[in-house]
Each structure stands twice: as structure tokens, then as C-alpha cells.
Design a protein around this ligand. Structure first.
Ligand SMILES: Cc1cc2nc3c(=O)[nH]c(=O)nc-3n(C[C@H](O)[C@H](O)[C@H](O)COP(=O)(O)O)c2cc1C
Length: 193
């Protein structure tokens, strides 16, 4: 069965020469060659101000530059996020992007005196993160807090399931390992997972 996939590249550097770019390309190429439909969002290439008030969150307009990205995410059944770990969590640019996208009516429908309705049920996600430290350290000492917070407070809270994660620590990475990670992305892309 073919799937509609949105790949959200969250590296803040628009230069596009990072390992994460090669990983996103590998995922996209494998998914497309297996018949899946792919749309790509490069957060670093979008110009937008930060969200600053609850009033804007609740009733302001989404910045025009983010409308196509919001539409692509709505269109997709499967989201793939890629970002480097910065200070234990996602870079601020990606968080700033998601704060805009996750306005009422996109992820949650807020209701008087009731639990908000989850609007993203039926979608799945994969979170791909590179980090300087060994992944074991991030998981066991830091409790992978940035990835957990993203999963729980934004994705699963809004009904996304399953959420898979691929974490890659660069400390001991050599060329062979990097190529294997790119190969991982090809596998996930081909399976749209
Ligand atoms: C501002 C900044 C903060 C970072 N914070 C962390 C961190 O908290 N933990 C970690 O393991 N690596 C950290 N790193 C390393 C990045 O995660 C790592 O360089 C990145 O995943 C590799 O991608 P790149 O070199 O292509 O940007 C940080 C890097 C930068 C620039």
C-alpha cells in the first residue's frame, strides 16, 4: 500500500551539507522508488517570526511562509522528522516551526471543560536524531528527555501512533557507520516506516 509521507528536515543550517541531509535524501529516494508519495519540508529555508502570545496561538494567522508546510503535513499520513540534538533537545528553529504548526485546529481541537480532541489520529511518525554523545548515554543518563518530550507532549498527545525513533551518536562514528545509517534510512523509506 502506498503512503503519503512528509519529510521534515529540522537541521537549522540551510547549507544542506550535513549527514542529516544525506539521510533525508536516502529516505526520500527509497520511498519514492517504492511508489510512496513524498513531500519535503526544509525548516531552515523558511522565514518566520517566533510565536509569542497565547492570543496569537489561539486566533492569529499562520505566517504565510508556513502555509505550504502545514498543508503538506496535513496531507501526509506518515511524518519523518530529522534533527541534530542541541542541548538535549530539538534546535529552537524546529521547535519554533512546530509551535506555529500545532495551532488549535491542526493537532488538537480545544473544547470547553473537556479533554481536547486529537486530530492527528491515524498518522504515524519517525524521529531521526544525530547527537555528539553516545546514544546509550542520552538514553540512560538523560532519559532521552528531548525526544520523549516531543513524542509525548506533541505527537502522541495529538493521536500519532506508532512513533518510531532512530538515534545516532557521532562520538565513535566512522565512515562505515555513517554509510550504514544512510542505509537504515533507505530501508525505512522503502517500507514507509
Ligand atoms: C548548539 C549545539 C548544541 C549541541 N548540543 C548537544 C547535546 O546536548 N548533546 C549532544 O550529544 N550533542 C550536541 N551537539 C552536537 C550535535 O548534536 C551534532 O553536532 C549533530 O548531531 C551533528 O550534526 P552536524 O554536525 O551535521 O550539525 C550540539 C551541537 C550544537 C551546535
Amino acid at each position: 500500500m502506498t503512503k503519503r509521507i512528509a519529510i521534515i528536515q529540522g537541521h537549522p543550517d540551510a547549507a544542506g551539507s550535513h549527514l542529516l541531509n544525506a539521510m533525508a535524501d536516502a529516505y526520500a529516494a527509497a520511498a519514492a522508488s517504492t511508489g510512496h508519495q513524498v513531500r519535503r519540508i526544509e525548516v531552515a529555508k523558511l522565514e518566520f517570526p517566533l510565536l509569542r502570545t497565547q492570543a496569537d496561538f489561539e486566533s492569529g494567522e499562520l505566517p504565510a511562509a508556513l502555509v505550504p508546510a502545514r498543508d503538506d503535513m496535513r496531507w501526509a499520513e506518515h511524518w519523518v522528522f530529522l534533527f541534530p540534538l542541541w542541548h538535549g533537545t530539538m534546535p529552537a528553529l524546529l521547535k519554533g516551526f512546530l509551535e506555529h504548526i500545532f495551532r488549535p485546529g491542526f493537532a488538537m481541537e480545544y473544547r470547553e471543560k473537556q479533554f481536547p480532541r486529537r486530530l492527528l489520529a491515524g498518522r504515524s511518525a519517525r524521529i531521526v536524531v544525530t547527537m555528539g554523545m553516545p546514544v546509550m548515554l542520552y538514553r540512560w543518563y538523560f532519559g532521552a528527555f528531548g525526544v520523549r518530550a516531543f513524542e509525548r507532549s506533541m505527537l502522541s498527545f495529538a493521536g500519532i501512533k506508532p512513533i518510531r525513533e532512530s538515534l545516532y551518536g557521532l562520538t565513535f562514528a566512522d565512515e562505515k557507520k555513517r554509510l550504514r545509517w544512510i542505509e537504515d534510512m533507505r530501508g525505512y523509506g522503502a517500507r514507509a516506516s
